[in-house]
Unconditional design. Sequence first.
Length: 402
Amino acid sequence: MGLQQFKIYAPLLLLLVLSSCNKTDWVENYKEKEKSPFGNYIIYNEGKTLFKNNNVTLLKQNIYDYLMANDDIDSIEKQNYICIKHAANKLTNEGVTELLNFVAKGNNALLAFNFFKDSLQTSLKFKLDSLDQNVYAVKDLKKLKGTFRLENNLFSTTSFTFDRNIRKNYFLEYNKKTTTVLGNVEINGKKHPNFIKIFYGKGAFFLHTQPVAFTNYFLLNGNEQYAANVFSYLPNNDLIWDPQIKSSIYSDKKEDNTSVFKFFLEHKTLTWFLVISLIGLLLFMIFNARRKQRPIPIINPLKNTTVAFTQTIANLYLKEQNHKNLVDKKTAYFLEKVRVNYLLNTNNLNADFIEKLAAKSGNELQKTKYLIHTIITLNKRTECSEEELVGLHKMIENFLNK
């Protein structure tokens, strides 16, 4: 798996992590860019080394949008999806549904969370129990020690001791016909499953209840082999690594947007960070209130040709980053195509219109619904990103080329 190199560079990496800031941040953040003890910097950046024989795709969009936008994902080779987070707040219920479909087609998913969404527990028929779900303070988490044991005797080491932040999370109920227990955590002298494999359709879910075991701290403190053993259960497929950096651009059900601020307010260190950041932003605005004159670009005379005119207009949009204008034009172009090709009235983009459009165009109803809802959503916005523009263009081209 490539994790043996940690034994050589562990002291140097540990010194780098601890010396990168004046005071060590012991908050569990699970962020792939964080070098703090409980960030995912090492496991994330070593992904291509850990799986050197496979391609690793680092997601820059929500998994729901990724699976919906990639129409050809069913035709490529099977893949493994990996997500290591506290609770994966940006995995919506719609995202869970798409992830279930993704695994059912023969792919695999490794999810390491402290808390799993109810919709996922219901679909996979398992229940969790946590004896430390109300423990949040750093000093209290430090007292939580634990011993993990893997059930595969082929491993040279099957028992691993973790000296802090090990919540007593475990699987309370699961379907024994479709579930295999791969690992346990010792609680009050008894073993309870904390790592299981649930077969689903043609694929499988690998679920782990202690994501902290894969963070920087434990990879640099003698437990790197545990992470290697856990990852070795995955089939030898290409990977989709999800850092959960973006929410879905469209969701039928609004998620709880206050959870992030609630998490900040529950930790004194993060609360002060938020306050100081707001004060710093205010001071920046005060001292930079004076308007600065931007340089005026030199505009060369336009050639009197159609090609030159088109290139100039395209360059103007690119320079001004006016993605919203291009989204509006792309939408108008698509609706005009619908009116001309399918003789449909586009004044009211309701459910009846979506059904008729899907039937006449030969596209799937779900894909048609997602495209129209995306158009409605982007039309209501005052600004759009380049990523949203590219995504809309790709969806429209796939739809019209059906």
